[in-house]
Design a protein around this ligand. Sequence first.
Ligand code: GLY
Ligand code: MN
Ligand code: MN
Length: 453
Amino acid sequence: MQEFARRRQRVIETMRAAGGGVAVVCTGAEVIRNRDSEYPYRSDSYFRYLTPFPEPQAGVVLVADADRSEAILFCRPKNEERETWDGFRYGPAAAAERFGFDRGASIESLDEEMAGLLANRPALWCALATTEALDASVRRWLAAVRAQARAGVTSPTRLFDLNHVLDEMRLVKDAQEIAAMRRAARISSAAHLRAMRAARPGRREYELEAELLYEFRRNGADAPAYGSIVASGRNACVLHYRANDALMNDGELLLIDAGCEIDGYASDITRTFPVGGRFGAAQRALYDIVLEAQRAAIETIRPGARFVDAHDAAVRVLAQGMIDCRLIEGPLDSAIESGAYRRFYMHRTGHWLGLDVHDCGDYREPARGAAGDPLREDSGAAGDATRSRILRPGMVTTVEPGIYVRAADDVPIAFHDIGIRIEDDALVTDEGCEILSIDTPKRAEDIEAAMNG
Ligand code: GLY
Ligand code: MN
Ligand code: MN
């Protein structure tokens, strides 16, 4: 709980540095899937960053004045009848006590309380223009304050994008976040190993999806962090393949992109391996290119390097490999400049990872000293906003090069329908990086050894 209180305090300090005000971060209501069944509930990631309070329909409100501050948790009131059907609710008083807030309040009183809290305060901090519901709330809150103008009440004159503040904070993970991400990656690594051992010709993709899910849940993970991709043969060339229902055949590769979520934090791992337990020659040739591209990319990841360096390093290896396999024409520099490699490698080599699988955070260095932007002091040099982000310890990025060869007349037939991606999760450390997903076999020989017992 202390870590969450510390994060809220950091937000308060940031607000103070810009004159103070009131911040609000809400998490939504449950969403109906059909009739009386809801989708599994997951808190809003910004809310989850500020408190692990697990219930829907809640809000964190932070008040930052020059000389005092207050953290308020709004949530549903106790309701004996609903608790009989749906389970325990803390209620405001117990929730505030348990989750370390100065006080709790009913979510039903949020409108009324906000009108009072915003009176005579200079600014409102919230997620700007993200949902119509929040925009409408902001209008209601400000209208209610303005209605008191003749009584001498002043209303906020500034609106700040709180998500921008939280994005920068979330980009650099603290020790608690890193611990959760390590656990998530470790469980996901075990799940991939389990799937490798369960794969064989004649099984369906969803049978391996079930093995992944089993390993996630039996280890206490909340859920998959995103829809698991279990793609055999040519399905691996569909980047966001969803069906997961095909029969797996001997001689095909199987691409699994799957990771679990734990305490709200995602892992995101991809392995590609032969359904029958042995790589064919053409598969192995492409596999080793992707593996080498990943190695080259990982080698760039350290404090002071640019986010884009990993991609550039991977592209050089992939493009050279494509030239060597006669998928594209050389020389290397012109293949890179023309973008010819993109026919077989059409995505980026990584993305931030955290509470969201494609996590928040700018991929460019922030401009320094932007007005009212107190987060900016420790960022890059002035005028740096067009440049790729400089890595700092605590950032987490995926490293996921691939090659996807769809069948076509101008492509050597041995490579038709081969799709390969290798994806790991890299934490930037003081010296370089730590691969959180290190436990899953990755070299072709190690994969074959794992599959063949
Ligand atoms: N699993 C989504 C991604 O790799 O970005
Ligand atoms: Mn990814
Ligand atoms: Mn992935």
